[in-house]
Design a binder for this molecule. Structure first.
Ligand SMILES: Cc1cc2nc3c(=O)[nH]c(=O)nc-3n(C[C@H](O)[C@H](O)[C@H](O)COP(=O)(O)O)c2cc1C
Length: 224
């Protein structure tokens, strides 16, 4: 099966059969999140794994009682850091130096560039920037889940303040931006289990392209 077959197999699952996600694929999905790229490499978000039914039942009203919250096998909650602190930058720089076994002073310019780029942003802009990094990791997790034949649902249909409250995220200096439900589809209950995937038509490469600009993803198809 090619990776495109796996991506066609996946869909945003609405109803799950409640079976837990086995440890090996779950760990691989979490590893894909860890391996996702992030701007400057800062990884400015944390991920929380919720398998316990009681905590997920508590969370459900914060996510409009979408059935995936309690029927899936596990939830990953992606929480973006509210801001980026000097200590978090220090920890990152220390990690580079020790991982690559290099003198930390060789990273002084890089560290200043990071701190300047943070200083140029308001706290809200920092949070939004951090959230964007979490979205990239969500994409990696969703694709990894498909390769592992684990169903998933990316979700932002929830009240972040209510989720933060249930999970105690405000005290940790972060806020929920995404939930990824993981598990196994319930083919009988899920009306979308056999629905065709809806996407705009795949773009064709036109030749020649005098401008050198190929518009590959058109929101309104150009009449031919
Ligand atoms: C960022 C994001 C947030 C989403 N939020 C929800 C959600 O809260 N509940 C839900 O059932 N689906 C949610 N979806 C799923 C989309 O509706 C779905 O991916 C889209 O309709 C395309 O269908 P497919 O993923 O099945 O191919 C979300 C998807 C993304 C990427």
């Amino acid at each position: 099966m090619s990776y495109l077959d796996h991506l066609n197999w996946r869909y945003a699952t609405k109803r799950y059969n409640g079976a837990p996600v086995p440890e090996a694929p779950l760990q691989n999905i979490l590893e894909a999140v860890r391996l996702a790229p992030s701007s400057l490499g800062l990884q400015p978000f944390d991920v929380f794994l919720l398998e316990d039914k009681t905590i997920r039942e508590k969370l459900a009203p914060a996510a409009h009682n979408q059935p995936q919250i309690t029927e899936s096998g596990a939830l990953l909650v992606f929480a973006a850091w509210n801001t980026i602190s000097q200590q978090q930058v220090d920890a990152y720089i220390n990690n580079i130096a020790s991982t690559r076994n290099i003198d930390i002073s060789t990273l002084d310019n890089f560290k200043s560039a990071i701190l300047n780029s943070i200083k140029a942003k308001t706290p809200e802009q920092q949070f939004q920037w951090n959230a964007r990094q979490a979205y990239i990791a969500l994409g990696f997790a969703t694709a990894a889940a498909a390769l592992e034949k684990i169903d998933s649902t990316p979700m932002e249909g929830f009240n972040p303040a209510a989720v933060d409250n249930v999970l105690g995220l405000t005290d940790k200096g972060m806020s929920a931006v995404l939930i990824l439900a993981l598990g196994f589809r319930d083919e009988e209950k899920d009306p979308l289990a056999h629905a065709k995937k809806v996407r705009r038509p795949a773009p064709k490469r036109q030749t020649p392209v005098p401008t050198g600009i190929r518009h590959m993803s058109q929101s309104v198809p150009t009449p031919i």
